[in-house]
Design a protein around this ligand. Structure first.
Ligand code: C2O
Length: 449
C-alpha cells in the first residue's frame, strides 16, 4: 500500500470510514462524503515549469487531433484508478462533492457554489485536474477543452465526447444523446461581459448570474451525473462545460482588468491534490491570470459593448415589493434596460424558474429565467438557502421597465419544470405544474443603456 493511499484512508470522516475496510476492495459511495485530503496543513502551491498552451473548443477538434488522443488516453487511465487513489476519477468526483459542503458530520464552510468562491475554486479544480491528466500519460502539454455553447450551432454534445468506445463518453439517458438548451439563456452570454463584478462573480453571500445561467442550465440540461452536484465531476464533459464557464471568467477579466470582488475575496485559499499527490493550497491571486496556470483560451467570448447611461436604485418596501418609484423620465432615453435583483433567494427546489413582476394593475410580466442544480439526486437542494442566493441580471424591454418601476409592483418566482433533473433530464420550460412563490430580493436596481 502506498503512503498516499494510507493518508487518504486516514482522512475519512467518522461515519463513512466503516464502508472502507483496509485491504478490501473500495466500495463506491453514493454521496461521496470523503474528506478529500489529510488533516495536516496543505503546502502552498508553487508554479511548476510549464508551457502556456491554448485550451481549444471541443467542437473545433476531431478524433485525430493530438490533444484529443492525449485526453482520451489520460481519462482511460484516470477511470481505471481505484477510489483510494486521489488521482482517480472517483476521487475527482468526490473532491467536487465534498466542496459542495453537504456532507453530514463535516462542518467545513467550504461551499464553493453560490458565492464569489465559484469562479476561482473551479478554475483551480480544472487546473489540478489537467495537471493530473498530464501526469498520467507523462505529457504536460495536454490541455482541457471547452464547450462553447454561446455559439448557437454548438448547443449539443461535442462529437469527440459522444463517439462510442472511448473514455470521454459518459452514460446519459438523454433521448437523442444531447441536451436541449433554452436558447435565451445562452444568447445573453456576450452581454454578461458588461456586468459589474457583483453581478458577474457574485459576492460573499450570493453567486453571480453566470453561475445560475448558463452554468446551472448546462448541468440540468445534460442530466444524469451532470445534473447533480454530487456526481457531476464523474463525467468528463464536466471539465469541458466548466472549461467554457472558466473561459467566460477569463473573457470578463479581459474586459475588466484587475477587478475582483474585494472584501475577504483576496484571502481565499483552496486545497487540492496536485499531480505529485501532494496536498497543496492555492490562493485567488495564483489563479487570477490563466497564464500563471499554463493556459490561455483559443478565443475570448465577444462582448456587446453597450454604454451604461445610468444606474437607478429602486426602493424595496418588502423583500418582494417596490416602494416609492424613481422619476419615470430616468427611463425615457433607454435603448435597453437590465434589471438587477441582488441577493435573490433561490427556491429550495431544482429546475428552471421564471421571474415575474406583477404591476399594481394586476398584470404579470415575464422578466426572464434562471436555473438551479440540486446537490443530490431525488429532488430538493439540501444546502442551506442562505448559501444559495444569486445576483440575477435580467434584460427587459424599456417599455416593460417603465411599467414595473412603480410603487406596489411585486416580484415572484414561478417554477417551470419537474423536480428531479436526474429522472427527467431534458427539462423544458413549461413542463410540470408551475409553483409560484414570492421572490425575496436584497436590493433592486435598473441599468439604463
Ligand atoms: Cu461545482 Cu458546475 O459545479
Amino acid at each position: 500500500m502506498s503512503s498516499s493511499r494510507g493518508r487518504f484512508i486516514s482522512g475519512l470522516t467518522a461515519g463513512t470510514g466503516a464502508l472502507l475496510v483496509r485491504g478490501a476492495p473500495a466500495v463506491a459511495q453514493p454521496y461521496n462524503c470523503f474528506r478529500p485530503g489529510p488533516r495536516t496543513r496543505a503546502t502552498p502551491w508553487t508554479k511548476p515549469d510549464q508551457k502556456v498552451l491554448e485550451r481549444k473548443a471541443a467542437w473545433s477538434l476531431s478524433a485525430a487531433d493530438a490533444n484529443v488522443v492525449k485526453l482520451r488516453a489520460a481519462y482511460k487511465k484516470m477511470q481505471a484508478l481505484p477510489q483510494s487513489d486521489p488521482h482517480s476519477m472517483i476521487a475527482q468526483r468526490n473532491m467536487h462533492a465534498y466542496y459542495c459542503d453537504d456532507c453530514p458530520n463535516i462542518s467545513t464552510n467550504q461551499q464553493i457554489h453560490g458565492s464569489y468562491r465559484f469562479f476561482p475554486w473551479h478554475r483551480a479544480f480544472l487546473y489540478f485536474h489537467e495537471r493530473i491528466l498530464g501526469s498520467l500519460i507523462g505529457d504536460f502539454s495536454l490541455r482541457l477543452t471547452y464547450f462553447d455553447w454561446e455559439v448557437a450551432a454548438h448547443r449539443a454534445m461535442p462529437p469527440i465526447y459522444t463517439a462510442a468506445g472511448q473514455s470521454l463518453l459518459h452514460p446519459r439517458a438523454l433521448p437523442n444523446g444531447s441536451p436541449v438548451y433554452p436558447a435565451s439563456d445562452f444568447t445573453i452570454v456576450p452581454s454578461m461581459m458588461t456586468y459589474v463584478v457583483d453581478d458577474f462573480m457574485g459576492d460573499a453571500g450570493a453567486g453571480g448570474t453566470p453561475e445560475a445561467k448558463p452554468h446551472d442550465y448546462g448541468h440540468t440540461a445534460m442530466g444524469d451525473d451532470m445534473g447533480v452536484l454530487n456526481t457531476a465531476a464523474f463525467d468528463p464533459i464536466f471539465f469541458c462545460h466548466h472549461g467554457n464557464v472558466d473561459r467566460m471568467w477569463a473573457s470578463w477579466q479581459h474586459y475588466h482588468p484587475g477587478i475582483d470582488p474585494g472584501g475577504a475575496y483576496s484571502t481565499l485559499r483552496f486545497s487540492f491534490w496536485d499531480e505529485h499527490k501532494k496536498w497543496v493550497s492555492i490562493g485567488v491571486a495564483d489563479v487570477a491570470d490563466t497564464t500563471n496556470l499554463g493556459y490561455t483560451y483559443a478565443s475570448f467570448i465577444p462582448t456587446t459593448a453597450r454604454v451604461v447611461k445610468r444606474e437607478i436604485l429602486l426602493q424595496l418596501a418588502t423583500p418582494s415589493r417596490i416602494g416609492p418609484p424613481p422619476p419615470p423620465e430616468q427611463l425615457s432615453d433607454a435603448a435597453s434596460v437590465d434589471i438587477h435583483l441582488r441577493g435573490l433567494a433561490v427556491p429550495a427546489d431544482e429546475g428552471f424558474f421564471l421571474v415575474q413582476a406583477v404591476t399594481p394593475d394586476g398584470k404579470s410580466h415575464d422578466l426572464g429565467t434562471f436555473a438551479t442544480i440540486p446537490h443530490v439526486a431525488g429532488g430538493g437542494m439540501s444546502m442551506s438557502s442562505d448559501l444559495r442566493k444569486v445576483n440575477l441580471v435580467l434584460a427587459v424591454a424599456p417599455e416593460v421597465a417603465r411599467q414595473i418601476a412603480t410603487a406596489g409592483t411585486t416580484f415572484r418566482i414561478q417554477q417551470r419544470s419537474a423536480r428531479n433533473a436526474r429522472s427527467s433530464p431534458n427539462l423544458l420550460l413549461g413542463q410540470g405544474v408551475p409553483k409560484v412563490t414570492p421572490a425575496r430580493i436584497g436590493a433592486l436596481s435598473l441599468t439604463v443603456r
